[in-house]
Design a protein around this ligand. Sequence first.
Ligand SMILES: Cc1cc2nc3c(=O)[nH]c(=O)nc-3n(C[C@H](O)[C@H](O)[C@H](O)COP(=O)(O)O)c2cc1C
Length: 173
Amino acid sequence: MKFGIILGSTREGRVSPQVGEYIQKVASKQAGHEFEIVDIADYNLPFLGTGEANPAWNAKINELDGYIFIVQEYNHGMSAALKNALDSARDEWFNKAAGIVSYGSGGGIRAAEQVRLVLAEQYVAGVRTNPAFNLFTDFENFSTFKPGDHMEAGVNDMLNELINWSVAFKAIR
Ligand SMILES: Cc1cc2nc3c(=O)[nH]c(=O)nc-3n(C[C@H](O)[C@H](O)[C@H](O)COP(=O)(O)O)c2cc1C
């Protein structure tokens, strides 16, 4: 199956690519599945309803069997870029599973929980395990991602839950 690792931030100087690449590296040990980084910034999505939609975004969301959202906390919520990207597709998301990986000064869990609520409206089931990285301990100078080795077990739990649910969801799509 094919999974998208969706980078939630588009900010200049963002750290999300480092987090996405780490998740992709751990996921590459899952035999038989593909994990592709999907960068919202590549799609130049207009704010919904303010310009020409980008059909390439909808096609990408449609072709994926499941998602891993890389979620960063901005003002106790998800980034506007991620909310807009979620709103910019509809039935392309339906009946799939997702894992959420978050980061922030408190692990980004407030933003992660928001994403979970929004996903429910899009018929996307968020798996239980949410690896949550701390800006103070899993990053150097808040900018270089250096996750502790102990975090890998949680990432693998999330991946196994995601793959199991994605197999099940494929049967009903
Ligand atoms: C506008 C803004 C608001 C932020 N608010 C929070 C916050 O409420 N809680 C938190 O833990 N971190 C907050 N941060 C810190 C971000 O989580 C941190 O900068 C992180 O690196 C952002 O992800 P990115 O680098 O991939 O964009 C905020 C950062 C920005 C730019």
